[in-house]
Design a protein around this ligand. Sequence first.
Ligand SMILES: NC(=O)c1ccc[n+]([C@@H]2O[C@H](COP(=O)([O-])OP(=O)(O)OC[C@H]3O[C@@H](n4cnc5c(N)ncnc54)[C@H](OP(=O)(O)O)[C@@H]3O)[C@@H](O)[C@H]2O)c1
Length: 304
Amino acid sequence: MPTSTLTNAAELRRFVATNHTKPYPAIDPQEVRLPDGYVVCIIGGSGAAGSGLARSFAQAGASGIILAGRTQSALEATAKEARALNASTNVVTVSCDITSNDDVATLAATIREKFGGRLDTVVVNAGYSGPLSKATFLEEDPKDVEKAFGIHCLGTWYAAHHLVPLLLESKGSFIAISTMAAPMITGFGASSHYSASKVAQVRMMEMLHAQYSSQGLFCASVHPGGLQSDFSRAASMELQQHLTDSPDLVGSFCVWLTKPPNSAAQKKALNGRWISCKWDVLELEQQYERIQQDDLLRFRIAVE
Ligand SMILES: NC(=O)c1ccc[n+]([C@@H]2O[C@H](COP(=O)([O-])OP(=O)(O)OC[C@H]3O[C@@H](n4cnc5c(N)ncnc54)[C@H](OP(=O)(O)O)[C@@H]3O)[C@@H](O)[C@H]2O)c1
């Protein structure tokens, strides 16, 4: 019999009745005017979600976008798209492997040097999964396990350690791009290396909230939808045809989520929680009171 642990992902999907597949008027980044000097750093600043994020922050008028990742040519391709959408955005690419403490420290130093330390939002988008056809403990490749835990856990920790000091200056936002696989323990997308490392990442967002929200930090885990990408080629061909969400949906949603001045009610209700970019934000707003009252959208060990 399915238990509430097994059905958690399905229930989470339905938390808000309307799930979108592409941007819609309430989160249109072209309707947003980010404040002068606004700077966003996207780690994993290329590929599907990375380029959707860069396009959306450029459209919303970000003054600076730092795109970090390992492949310079891919970062440059994203930078070109962002510059084409907003010629006044200063787009900088930084070579950075998020699993290297030194690289992430250098990224923070580059932001200090090129943007005077101004940093409003960090999005940790870098992610990795091994093939989903090899998804059990006995089938998984130790190299995939090391890679996923390195990127999602160590990498997110390094990013928080080196970049939160800058975000505390701006009372900014730290966003981790999560996945619907985080609440899953079986089924499509649920391998121990992917799901468990993404759960640890969600927990880090909850702990950042516990430690720094009183100093003005906003943080959240955001599910980006199902996207066609190098990453999702780990899925079977049959399942790939269901990965049809626009990468601009997660980009537009993250602009909506982090743009100042967001209402205190929104910040209070969503801070430190797991949110899907597919959820209709007007319907989500209706849930703010319930989310806080029942402390929803967080991991905990059930006792009833
Ligand atoms: N695609 C989906 O359906 C889906 C569903 C749920 C969640 N997600 C999550 O969404 C995020 C983005 O996925 P995507 O589908 O857009 O993948 P993608 O197109 O393959 O992009 C992955 C990005 O992560 C970067 N990256 C990978 N390893 C890195 C490292 N060690 N250091 C720095 N950057 C690194 C890649 O750049 P380099 O390789 O050049 O470094 C690239 O910019 C991931 O966190 C993934 O878990 C995706």
